[in-house]
Each structure stands twice: as C-alpha cells, then as structure tokens.
Design a protein around this ligand. Sequence first.
Ligand code: DX5
Ligand code: ZN
Length: 209
Amino acid sequence: MNKSYLLAPSLLSADFSDLRSAIAQIEASGGDMVHIDVMDGHFVPNLTFGAPVVRSLRKRTRLPFDVHLMVSNPAALVDDFVSAGADYICFHIEAEVHAHRLLQRIRELGCKAGISLVPSTPVSALMEVLPFVDLVLVMTVNPGFGGQEMIPSCLEKVTLLKKIRQENDFSYIVSVDGGVNCKTLPSVLAAGTDVVVSGSAFFTGELNC
Ligand code: DX5
Ligand code: ZN
C-alpha cells in the first residue's frame, strides 16, 4: 500500500556499533530518507555523529541524508556536512541569529536547507525565513534524546505551516520529529505532515501496530 508520507528513520536509536546494518534495515523497511541527529553536547546534552561518520555512511546507500543539527554553532559545520554527503541540512532557529545567511549558504553549497524549532518556539519565529527554506522540522519533543513522549500540542504547528505554505505558495516540506509511534502516528498524519521521523519506534518495530 502506498503511504501518504515520507518516512525518515533516525539513526539515533540504531546500534552505533553497526550503523551499516541500520542503513540496510532502513532500506529494507521502505524508509525514504535517513535522519541523522547531530548533537554537540551544548545545544543539547548528548554527543552523536560528526561529518566523518556521514561520509562513511554515504558509501552505503543512495537514500537522501536528512541531517538535523542540534548544535549551538551550526554555521561552523554546514560545509563539512555538505561535503560529507548531506542532502538536507536543518538547523535550529534558536541557535542562529543570522538564519537567512546560513540558509543561503546551505543552498549555495547545493544542499536543501531546513529550519527547526523546539516545542517552546512558536511558528511566528520562522515567518521571515519561510520563503527561503526547503524543509521545516517541527520538534514534538525537547531535542536531545530518543524515546520521549510526544507533546501533542506541537502538532498544531504542522497544520499552521501547511496553511501558510498554501496561502503563500511556498515550497517547503514539513517534518515531525519526536515521539512518533503507532499510537501517535494517526494524529501526526491527520495534522498533514509530509515527513515522519521515527527513532525508537522504528528500530523496536513498534511504528506499525
Ligand atoms: C530528538 C531527535 C529525534 C529522535 C527521535 O532529539 O531529534 O530525531 O531521534 O526519536 P524518537 O522517535 O524515539 O522520539
Ligand atoms: Zn532529529
């Protein structure tokens, strides 16, 4: 059966000692892109992947890489991640004062540019940059950890972003990240998301029930 959304499994919940198998599992399960959570231990508490890991994984799949930068200084990292093989790079509006400049830089490098927002940030904080983004990543948990419970009110942002897109003829896709499982998936899809990120539920096999 054709699904109405793109599935982006997150490597955050994979076995880090066997990322090659995780990529193969994503391909075999019909994943549409690979979500790569980059954490710097500063913007969020944990440390995860750097560009060298992405470069190695690039040799293992043709699936698009959806790199989610949860870092305090995203401008310092985008060139490396593009050269390592990222297809989308998304950074947090809360982390970058000069968001237009960084979005433009990502596009100049030939990559799709995304913006993300934590649950406490309203969609209004993105208004000035929405004409210049290819993806909006709506965080439905506070970033930093997999396996958290979704904050359901964040899904209203998805509906609002779809409305703004339609009214202005913008072209970004909307992605939902955090706490998606078989119980929350129906409400995520009802909100109209284009992309579903799933970490723990995907890798435990609990996304579909
Ligand atoms: C959270 C990350 C998410 C995470 C989602 O900080 O941005 O991408 O992997 O994990 P689940 O699906 O387990 O909430
Ligand atoms: Zn993420």
